[in-house]
Design a binder for this molecule. Structure first.
Ligand code: PLP
Length: 251
C-alpha cells in the first residue's frame, strides 16, 4: 500500500533496478512483493504476480537478469467464518501467471502453514460478574497472544471439555491478569465456563509465541507439539529467575 513503509513504489522500481545494476559493487539477484496479509482470495495475489513478471520481462529487455521471483505471503486462514480459498488456488494461479521461465519462484506462506495448527491453552482463574460486562480472568494474557489488543484480532475461544448439562452460559470478556485495560484475548463470547476450566484460544500457531513478551514479569509459556497421539515438550516453560538473568547492578 502507498501508505505503508514497505518496499519501493512500483513506478520507481525499474529505475532503481537499472541504477543498482550499473553499480559494480552490487549484485542484483531478484524481485519480491508482498501485497498484504490475510488475503482470502487468490485473484489479487495472482494479479500482483502478473505485474511482477511484466516488470521482470521489461528489466530483462534492459539487460537486468534476475535469478528469483518472490511472490510474497499473506495467504489467509479462517479465524472466524471467513471464506478462504485453498492455498492451491494461490499457487496454481501464480504459476500460470509466471509461465515457463528460468527464475526460481519463491512463496512465503507464513501463517497459512501454522496458524491453525496451534492453540493457546489457558485456565480460568476467576469468574468475575460485573455491572457492564462479565469477565473470565484467565492465566494467559496479552504477553502470550498480543493479536487481539494489537490489531483487534478475533480468535475463537472454546472450552477444552464439554460442559456438563446445566452449567450456565453467559457472555464474557476473556481477559488476562496483566495491568492493562487492553489485556484481553476475546470479547463478548457466550461461554459456560467455571473456575478451573481449561479454555483453548484457537488459531494461535502464527504470530502467537513469536510475538510474546515478558511484560509484567511473566515467564513465557511452554510449547507442546502434538503429533498423532503423542505430545512432546518442544519448548520448556520459562522461569522467573531467567527473566532477570541478563540484568546487572551497575558498579
Ligand atoms: C515479505 C513477507 N512475506 C511473507 C509474510 C508473511 O505473511 P503471512 O504470515 O500473512 O503469510 C510477510 C509478513 O508481513 C512479509 O512481509
Amino acid at each position: 500500500m502507498r501508505e505503508t513503509k514497505f518496499g519501493v513504489a512500483h513506478a520507481d522500481a525499474e529505475r532503481l533496478y537499472r541504477r543498482a545494476a550499473a553499480v559494480p559493487e552490487l549484485e542484483v539477484v531478484g524481485i519480491g512483493c508482498h501485497i498484504g496479509s490475510l488475503l482470502n482470495e487468490a485473484a489479487p495475489y495472482v494479479a500482483a504476480a502478473q505485474r511482477l513478471v511484466e516488470m521482470v520481462d521489461r528489466l530483462e529487455s534492459a539487460g537486468v537478469r534476475l535469478r528469483h521471483i518472490d511472490v510474497g505471503g499473506g495467504i489467509g486462514i479462517r479465524y472466524k467464518d471467513e471464506a478462504t480459498q485453498p492455498i492451491e488456488a494461490f499457487v496454481r494461479g501464480t504459476l500460470a501467471a509466471l509461465g515457463r521461465r528460468p527464475q526460481t519462484v519463491v512463496f512465503d506462506p507464513g501463517r497459512s502453514i501454522v496458524g491453525n495448527a496451534g492453540v493457546l491453552l489457558t485456565r480460568v482463574e476467576y469468574v468475575k460478574p460485573g455491572v457492564a460486562r462479565n469477565f473470565l480472568v484467565v492465566d494467559a494474557a496479552m504477553n502470550d497472544l498480543i493479536r487481539p489488543p494489537l490489531y483487534g484480532a478475533w480468535h475463537d475461544v472454546r472450552p477444552v471439555r464439554e460442559m456438563e448439562a446445566g452449567a450456565a452460559a453467559a457472555v464474557y470478556d476473556v481477559v488476562g491478569p496483566v495491568c492493562e485495560s487492553a489485556d484481553f484475548l476475546a470479547k463478548e463470547r457466550r461461554l459456560a465456563a467455571r473456575e478451573g476450566d481449561l479454555l483453548a484460544v484457537l488459531s494461535a500457531g502464527a504470530y502467537g509465541m513469536v510475538m510474546s513478551s515478558n511484560y509484567n514479569s511473566r515467564p513465557r509459556a511452554a510449547e507442546i507439539l502434538v503429533a498423532g497421539g503423542e505430545a512432546r515438550l518442544v519448548r520448556r516453560r520459562e522461569s522467573v529467575e531467567e527473566l532477570f538473568a541478563a540484568e546487572r547492578t551497575p558498579g
